[in-house]
Design a binder for this molecule. Sequence first.
Ligand code: NI
Length: 419
Amino acid sequence: MSEHAPEIESILRTISVKLATEATASPTRSYCTLHDTRDCHDELQDIRRSIHQYPELAFNEVRTAELVASRLEAWGFQVTRGVGGTGVVGTLRAGTSRRSVGIRADMDALPIHERTDLPYASAHDGKMHACGHDGHTAVLLGAARQLARTKRFDGTVHLIFQPAEEIGAGGGAERMLADGLFDRFPCDAIFGLHNHPGVEAGTFMFRAGPFMAACDTVGITIRGKGGHAARPHQSIDPILVAGSLVMALQSVVARNVDPNETAVVTIGTLHAGHAPNVIPDSARMEISVRSFSPEVRASMEARIRQLATSHAEGYGATVEVDYVRGYPVLVNSEAETEFARQVAEELVGPERAVGNFHRIAGSEDFAYFLQQRPGCFVRMGNGANQPLLHNAGYDFNDENLTVGAAYWTRLVERYLDAA
Ligand code: NI
C-alpha cells in the first residue's frame, strides 16, 4: 500500500524513471555479461524445447504457465498465477529501494501445423510455436534464474508471462491490464522483446517513437438484389459494387495519407456468388488496415466507411461496415529506448545494438502496456537465413537464449542500480 497521495506518487515515479534511464553504467560495479549466463544454456534449451513440443493456444497455456510458475517458485520468486486468464507474474525484491521494473514475455502458440523434422517438433497437431514465444518465455526464465542467484539490484522486478498475444482484439495484454496488472504489480517502466528472422542472432534492434503498426480489421457486406444473369436490369449486382470498391480502396493510402506517413490497406478476402448464371444477393470482403499514428488510423477508418457507403449508394445497393480496431500503434518512449539500447551496446557492442531500426508493419499487444507505462520493445535477430515468423518451418534460435537472458538481467541491474 502507498503512503503517498497519488500525485506525489506520480511525481516520485517520474523522478525515479528519469534517474534510472539517465544513469550510465557505474565503472565500479559489475553487471551481467554474456559470459555470466552461458552456464544456463542447456537448462534454458531444455525448457524452450519442452514448451515448443507442447504448444498451447491463447488462454489455454496451462502446462506452459505451470512450468513457468514452478521454476520461478523454485528460484525464490513470489508467484501469482491466473493473472488475466493463464498469465503468471513472478516478483523478486532486493535491497530497500521503492523503484520497480516490469519485463514481459508472451507464451501462446499459433494454429499452424508444424512442418519441421525437429526432434522436439510439436506433439499437438495443428498447433505450433511459429512466432518464437517459446523462446521469449525461456529467455525471461533465464533472466529469472540469473537475477535470483545474483540479486545485484535494489528494488522490485516483476516478470510478466502473458497469455494470448496472437489473437487480436481481447488478447492477453488487455486481459492482464483489466485484471489490475499495474495496480497489483506497480512498474515504473515496462520492457519486452520479440525475435526477428532475417537478422543475425544476438543483434538488438531499437526504435524510439512509433515502432510497430496498429492493426484493424474491416468486414464489408454489400447487399444488392439477386436475379437471373440474363436480366441484369432487374437486379442490383453486388459484384459490380465490390469490384468498383476494391479499386477505390486503393486510393486511401495513395491519395489520403500524408506521403511522410505510411499505411497499408490489404483486401484479404472477397466472396460472392455460386453460379455463372446467377446474380447473387450479396458480396463480402475483409480488409486489414495498418497504420502508425492515431490521426492516420482515424482518417483511414473514416475514408473506408465513406467509400463503401457512397459506392453502395451509387449503385443502389446497401452496405454494412464492421470496423474492428485491433492492437494500437506500439510507441516506445525516448528515454527508456535509449537506455535499453545502451544496455544492449554494453553487452554485445555497438554493431549489434542497432538504433533507429525501420518501422515494422506487424502489430503487438505490448502496445497496451506502453500506453500506460514508459518503456521499450526491442526486436532481436533470430538468424539471417531463418524462416519467417508464422511459417510452418520456423524455429526459435537457441543461440539467443543466454544472450537474451543476459540482456534482461543487465537491464534490471542497470535500471535498479544498487550503486
Ligand atoms: Ni509473436
